[in-house]
Design a protein around this ligand. Structure first.
Ligand SMILES: Cc1cc2nc3c(=O)[nH]c(=O)nc-3n(C[C@H](O)[C@H](O)[C@H](O)COP(=O)(O)OP(=O)(O)OC[C@H]3O[C@@H](n4cnc5c(N)ncnc54)[C@H](O)[C@@H]3O)c2cc1C
Length: 337
């Protein structure tokens, strides 16, 4: 459907977070107090189950803060449902199993978890004269250039050089992309496994060993509108325990078949003549060991590859579903109440 540069939250060539963009400038306001190093452990509800304040831990002490008008919970897609459940708002059965008194039985809390699943490992080497070397981009020269002039490779997104938007599995909505392919301007293994592969199993590092130190690029397909849903549940009633995060990616059969198509489309895209001519692109064609018993790049191979090489993108969403009261899984109203 089209291509674009990668859009990121950047200002003055620096990555901006929501806190940088909105919170810090707002600190001038007299009616805003920011309390850092504090973890909210419970929402305080009155007898009518209306939120009136929060309990939080600060300097190893449990403290309370009360609201004059309303309490806004915006702890992210993992911690917002966790906090609601710790406060007795959530699926009754789950809470009671953990010994938490149910105050409001809302089965949707923590359900409907969605994320952009993506697949790594579809890669190309490029001619050594056309450097996309990670070291040229993060070396001393690049650092000085960035520090002194805010320019050079460090002033642009390091990992991704282009985006492609495709509709390959939704003919009923031909104008809406269902797949995004991120062109990663590095080949996994290019940095000798120092950063990109750190944390991966030894078998994955071994797989990329033949291209350690080689310049290259990769095409990383990602589902734009996945149908699979996962969940966030409580591990225990201890607020300091992280919740159980189950992304349940690719569990919907439509997602798996779309991702297989997306992987094939990624291979086709990177094999385009333009990349071969301009960059000397050559596909890295070693089969991944767990799938080597399938014919290389057959449907069965891609299915095995996609299942083995997929991961989430840290774009968690949907765990406090916004929906009308008629939806039994609704958590907040369309006005976020
Ligand atoms: C590495 C990475 C890169 C990303 N890149 C992009 C990108 O380029 N573009 C994009 O659109 N999205 C990107 N995302 C996703 C994006 O960051 C998130 O979707 C977005 O930040 C979610 O916003 P939020 O306000 O829901 O939650 P968050 O940003 O997670 O904010 C929740 C806040 O609540 C605080 N909190 C949680 N629990 C408690 C508690 N109990 N008490 C007190 N405070 C609490 C947390 O510390 C946090 O500050 C990226 C995510 C990651 C991890």
């Amino acid at each position: 459907m089209g291509s674009s540069v990668f859009q990121l939250a950047i200002k003055n060539r620096e990555r901006m977070s929501s806190a940088d963009a909105f919170l810090l400038p707002g600190l001038r306001r007299r009616n805003l107090k920011l309390q850092t190093n504090s973890q909210v452990i419970e929402i305080i509800l009155n007898a009518d189950n209306k939120a009136i304040g929060v309990k939080y831990v600060h300097n190893h002490k449990v403290k309370r803060a009360f609201a004059q008008r309303e309490v806004i919970i915006s702890a992210g897609a993992a911690d917002s449902p966790k906090l609601l459940m710790l406060s007795g708002i959530g699926p009754k059965e789950h809470l009671e199993k953990l010994g938490i008194k149910s105050r409001v039985n809302l089965p949707g809390v923590g359900q409907n978890y969605q994320d952009h699943v993506m697949v790594y490992g579809i890669s190309w080497t490029i001619h050594p004269n056309v450097s996309s070397s990670i070291f040229s981009r993060i070396g001393i020269k690049a650092m000085l250039n960035y520090k002194e002039r805010r320019s050079g490779p460090l002033a642009s997104p390091l990992g991704v050089c282009a985006l492609y938007h495709l509709n390959i599995g939704s003919p009923q909505e031909p104008h809406v992309p269902d797949t995004q392919i991120n062109m990663g301007c590095a080949l996994e293994g290019q940095d000798y496994g120092l950063m990109a592969l750190s944390g991966y199993q030894q078998s994955v590092r071994d797989y990329y060993r033949p291209v350690f130190g080689r310049d290259g690029f990769s095409m990383i397909p990602m589902l734009a509108r996945p149908k699979s849903v996962g969940s966030i549940t409580l591990r225990s009633r201890n607020p300091l325990d992280p919740p159980i995060v189950d992304p349940n990616c690719l569990s919907h059969p439509d997602d798996l078949s779309l991702m297989i198509k997306a992987a094939k489309a990624s291979r086709k895209l990177g094999n385009a003549k333009a990349f071969r001519r301009a960059l000397g692109a050559e596909p890295f064609r070693d089969p991944i060991p767990d799938c080597a018993h399938f014919e290389f790049e057959s449907d069965d191979y891609w299915r095995c590859f996609v299942v083995g090489m997929s991961t989430v993108t840290a774009h968690m969403t949907g765990t406090c579903k916004m929906a009308p009261d008629s939806d039994p899984m609704a958590v907040v109203t369309p006005r976020l109440k």
